[in-house]
Design a binder for this molecule. Structure first.
Ligand code: SAM
Ligand code: SF4
Length: 333
């Protein structure tokens, strides 16, 4: 069986693919209000996305997460999901999933379930309509809540992604956890990361360390650390009183790089083997160079052969150590 292994002997079996840099929201920690998006001609076509993912799956990728930008605003995206179903059916791909803001979920939930998607991550940072409009600038909470209803009605397991933002959703920690319990959803909190220029917003004032959040949670709940790992940045704990699973993505308070199993691809076919480093290689040229996958597969192995050991994010000196110039929506969160 073919495997992708990096220089630090980490097996790479998880691909996160951004299918568009565009979005129908403008979350304040993610984008500036006036974003310049890539010209459509620079994007990989749906056929190219299929070829690229199929090559990765043939080389040992078992889990594929579609992200963006907002993946569900990419025109014709269901054609891509429908195409990936053949890899689920063959058993080569173990999981096909997506991270979405939920705005289009009402429209696509059933189709996604029919394409073999079983779990989705939906991002909501507040349950307050006014605050939701403020943080997403263009988003509307009721639309996303209808999306969650539709996803659950279609049988999709929903996990909520919540970015922890100081002074913004600190007071909603218990209501959000409680709400997820009532709706039988897992929840993962994410520390805000220094990705891209976000206009006038200040990241240091946004940053709420999850080590602090944990202490607050422990005032109400008995927390048990779970050893299970997705091989990625999330660490999980169980709230004994409710049995809920809560995830923490803590790139800043805990370094998770030693167990990293993933690579990311942008919608233009650049591969980033580390979210927190600028290093990248181009897969679009080898993809387009010929109809055979030989060049592409060589380029994939060459890129993984250069995967760095880890990121350098650091807020400890009250400055943005390791700040990335690209936005999260470029590489896909
Ligand atoms: N649009 C989709 C969504 O919002 O779920 C998918 C793409 S979005 C970039 C993926 C995840 O990254 C979201 O949960 C979002 O909240 C998170 N995110 C965006 N910018 C971030 C940042 N600077 N730090 C931490 N998380 C961020
Ligand atoms: Fe769009 Fe997701 Fe970024 Fe918000 S976090 S602006 S929904 S890509």
């Amino acid at each position: 069986m073919t495997q992708l292994v990096d220089p630090f002997h980490r097996q790479i079996n998880y691909l996160r693919l951004s299918v568009t840099d565009r979005c129908d929201f403008r979350c304040v920690y993610c984008m500036s209000e006036n974003m310049t998006f890539l010209p459509k001609k620079d994007l990989l076509t749906l056929e190219e996305l299929d070829r690229l993912c199929s090559a990765f799956i043939n080389q040992g990728i078992e889990k594929l997460r579609i992200t963006g930008g907002e993946p569900l605003v990419r025109k014709g995206i269901m054609t891509f999901f429908d195409g990936m179903k053949r890899h689920l059916d063959s058993g080569a791909l173990k999981e096909l999933t997506l991270t979405t803001n939920g705005s289009q979920m009402e429209k696509y939930a059933k189709d996604l379930a029919a394409a073999g998607v079983k779990r989705v991550n939906i991002s909501i940072d507040t349950l307050d309509e006014t605050k939701f409009a403020e943080i997403t600038r263009w988003g509307r909470l009721p639309q996303v809540l209808r999306g969650i209803d539709a996803a659950q009605a279609a049988g999709l397991r929903v996990k909520l992604n919540v970015v922890a933002l100081k002074g913004f959703n600190e007071d909603e920690l218990f209501p959000i956890v409680q709400w997820c319990h009532e709706r039988d959803m897992d929840v993962t909190f994410i520390e805000v990361m220094p990705m891209g220029d976000i206009g006038n917003e200040n990241r240091l004032t946004q940053y709420w360390a999850l080590s602090d959040m944990r202490k607050t949670l422990a005032e109400e709940y008995t927390l048990t650390d779970l050893s299970e790992s997705s091989g990625g940045p999330a660490r999980y704990m169980r709230l004994e009183e409710t049995g809920q699973k809560v995830g923490f993505i803590t790139p800043l308070t805990h370094n998770f790089c030693e167990s990293c199993n993933r690579v990311r691809i942008t919608c233009t076919g650049e591969i980033y083997t580390c979210l927190g480093q600028e290093g990248k290689s181009d897969l679009r040229a080898p993809l387009r160079a010929s109809e055979s996958d030989e060049h592409l597969i060589n380029a994939i192995h060459a890129a993984i052969g250069q995967k760095p050991k880890g990121h350098d994010f650091d807020y400890s000196r009250q400055e943005l150590g390791g700040q990335m110039t690209r936005h999260m929506s470029h590489t896909g969160g």
